[in-house]
Write a new protein. Sequence first.
Length: 359
Amino acid sequence: MHKTVLITGGAGFIGSCYVLQARQRGERVINLDKLTYAGNLENLATLHDDAAHIFVHGDMGNAELVRWLLRHYQPDAVLNFAAESHVDRSILDPEAFVRTNVLGTASLLRVVTTWWQSLPPLQQQAFRFLHVSTDEVFGTLREDDPAFQETTPYRPNSPYAASKAASDHLVRAFHETYGLPVLLTNCSNNYGPRQFPEKLIPLMLLHALDGRPLPVYGTGRNIRDWLHVEDHCLAIARVLEAGRPGQSYNIGGRSERSNLDVVRQICQILDDVRPRRSGSYADLITFVADRPGHDFRYAIDCSKIEAELGWRPRHDFASGLRETIAWYLNNAEWTEHVRSGAYREWMQRNYASRTEAKA
Ligand code: NAD
Ligand code: TYD
């Protein structure tokens, strides 16, 4: 019999990629998503007539609904992707992040644990709760610091990172206190198709295509470690399959780049595939006021998942970025739909007060 998985946040950027891969593997997917501004059923359009993808519009913090889903579908695993995920939004509205990422996860854990405790021993042993988290819980690195390991102490700096750290601690605590077989993954920055254009890569790409300024925060020297979303989802599947309960696994692309390098690379690709009438897209690069508390560098040491579980990323950044740009160019309708009135309000709120600054 194929697996049944209950996924929260499966209409978002990473969750939808996982859902599509899970269906290709033949798993039955129960997809619980609240459809916030970041959730988009168009991400799952290819599963429209797929009876083994059961979409449920709801909140992971709705205990009664989650209890019913668990009893009814008897999943072999619960994967928690649902979150508020954007650092800039967390700076402007931290409580929303506590509500979803902390309280939502706490409620989910409690309901899952009570149901899990009622299962027969064999089903109990086989069950897994996998929590998808971020490298941002570890705080920030200097240029020559070693990359984050699973043992690096948590030092979150943004309200987003703090809320994810709190949820990670709850997951660990449910393992220690109740014996829930949990798995935790901490991944670096993802890129790829269907990422909501509030995040660096799609935002710069769409601004460039519109001929608008490319708003680089601060000096643009901050460094992120980029991983293709499909590689992240394959790593999660591998952890679910063979990871040791109670353990956390760092996932990263060994692909550190400064923001300015990433933006320049986007511009170069666009100059190649969609040249402007005159000049380069790089002429649009504009340095703007920095993000408060902006972490300088993230880098992941992923030797544990490589050695224990044999996972390796398949995409390299250069070709992955090129393919991602091609996806956005070929899916203009998707982009138009997500750039609704609410998106325009966000752009105004986050960028209007960031006056142009010299790097
Ligand atoms: P996203 O913002 O694109 O999607 C989040 C999804 O969760 C949306 O579909 C939204 O509707 C849903 N959601 C929000 N609150 C919910 C609730 N209360 N109940 C049910 N559904 C709810 O986020 P993403 O980029 O796909 O990130 C997914 C997960 O991966 C998050 O937990 C995030 O912290 C983590 N992560 C993201 C990155 C990254 O680079 N994007 C890197 C590492 C880890
Ligand atoms: P982001 O995609 O928001 O991811 P995170 O903050 O989780 O790493 O941002 C990636 C980097 O890009 C981060 O250092 C902030 C920077 N950035 C800009 O310079 N300009 C922008 O408009 C955005 C959204 C991000």
